[in-house]
Design a binder for this molecule. Structure first.
Ligand SMILES: Cc1cc2nc3c(=O)[nH]c(=O)nc-3n(C[C@H](O)[C@H](O)[C@H](O)COP(=O)(O)OP(=O)(O)OC[C@H]3O[C@@H](n4cnc5c(N)ncnc54)[C@H](O)[C@@H]3O)c2cc1C
Length: 372
């Protein structure tokens, strides 16, 4: 039985661990803090539509594959764990007010047309009829995208952890300081204090911290943490029934009346704290769209660190010069969405099987190539 070690228990680590465990690997997940926190817990769980038949670029193919798998995984996780991960194709509305937002939305419209992704224009009267509590003053464009979906990521993470445990995955949490043991071009184990974890394969999926972990192995990744902040309200039932997107901000209604309002895109190092100016801005955004909103309905706020890469592509692949070392990170704003496809592709790669997507653009070696 292949002994596989996964480092990191965010959405990437847990998804890869579950996929490997389903294929019969004996899996150990090594995690620095609580399982399933950090960016994966902080995110909104938005899944934008994609079309597997028309996707040409590997990144679009990864999104489309992931969307199909999300529908399947939601059912599998429910039947294996009894946990509903909140997957629903709830549809989305895209709004544009400023000229910049209109230009961006027109670009998206062209992209949806090319990819044959279902959308339709909404007149302001149609928008008002669909979302009667929404104040659309100043809106210049509105578009409905029926295929937009969501998962409730904290529930999804919990389901993944339980599903992993049921398949015998071992978790080692609160691991502060780990190092790799090596022999020639192979990784042979993880050293954590006096403890040694042997393995046949090692996959690093430690989000924004991945480059720090890979540095001692001579693998330079060009990554940066990008903070995103979020507000959580509890709204009266029926006040918002679909995801609303305007520019880079959005509102995501959960089934139980909770509404997420996000988000910011900030380079603040590894500082995961919220700031009053951004939270106020997000609150003002929500209240501008829903003037009836009572600010007392705000329940909480938080921030997370997205793993971003210098060129916007994730790092997926075998580690340069390490035949049994792998990396899966750098998914930036779409990691929750692309987690299912990433898990299957990584498991195929770890098992030396042929891949359904060409992952050359995601090669971890591309940093050193561009640096020379
Ligand atoms: C506000 C916000 C909104 C978002 N919204 C969406 C969205 O709507 N849709 C979407 O698809 N994506 C969204 N994202 C992006 C998504 O959350 C991330 O791309 C994804 O969670 C990254 O997952 P990960 O597992 O790579 O990283 P993380 O979730 O950060 O997990 C990495 C794990 O590795 C662990 N680790 C770190 N260092 C070590 C170490 N030395 N040893 C052991 N373990 C270690 C960490 O503790 C952590 O648990 C959002 C992100 C944020 C912050």
């Amino acid at each position: 039985m292949t002994r596989s070690v996964v480092i990191g228990a965010g959405i990437m680590g847990l998804s890869i661990a579950w996929e490997l465990a389903k294929r019969g690997h004996r899996v150990t997940v090594v995690q620095r803090d609580q399982v399933g926190r950090q960016a994966s817990w902080a995110g909104a769980g938005l899944l934008v539509p994609a079309n597997e038949e028309t996707a040409i670029h590997p990144l679009d193919q990864l999104t489309a594959l992931s969307n199909r798998l999300h529908a399947e995984w939601a059912d599998q996780l429910k039947s294996e764990t009894g946990i509903d991960n909140g997957y629903q194709v709830c549809g989305g509305i895209y709004l544009a007010r400023s000229q910049g937002e209109q230009a961006a939305l027109s670009g998206l419209k062209r992209y949806w047309t090319e990819c044959q992704i279902d959308y339709h224009d909404l007149s302001m009267a149609e928008l008002a009829a669909q979302q009667p509590h929404l104040l659309a003053d100043g809106m210049q464009m509105a578009m409905s995208v029926p295929g937009e979906a969501q998962i409730r990521n904290p529930h999804h993470l919990r389901a993944l952890k339980v599903a992993c445990q049921k398949r015998g995955v071992e978790f080692l949490s609160d691991v502060d300081d780990l190092s790799f043991e090596t022999q020639a071009s192979r990784l042979t184990g993880l050293r954590i204090g006096n403890h040694r974890i042997p393995g046949d394969t090692f996959c690093v999926a430690a989000g924004a911290w991945t480059s720090q972990l890979l540095h001692p192995l001579g693998v330079p990744l060009s990554m940066i943490p990008v903070r995103g902040q979020m507000l959580l309200y509890l709204w009266p039932e029926g006040m918002l029934t679909t995801i609303l997107n305007e520019g880079s901000r959005y509102l995501v209604p959960r089934r139980d009346g909770h509404v997420l309002v996000g988000s910011s895109t900030e380079e603040a190092g590894f500082d995961p704290t919220t700031t009053s100016d951004v939270l106020q801005e997000l609150g003002a955004f929500a209240e501008s769209l829903f003037p009836d909103l009572n600010p007392q309905r705000l329940e909480s706020s938080w921030a997370g660190l997205r793993p971003a890469t210098y060129d916007g592509f994730p790092y997926l692949g075998r580690l340069p010069n390490w035949e049994n070392g792998f990396v899966a990170t750098g998914h930036f704003k779409v990691g929750l969405q692309q987690s299912t496809g990433t898990a299957c592709i990584m498991a195929d790669l770890i098992e030396n099987q042929s891949l359904s997507i060409d992952i050359t653009p995601f090669a971890p070696s591309r940093v050193s190539e561009t640096a020379t």
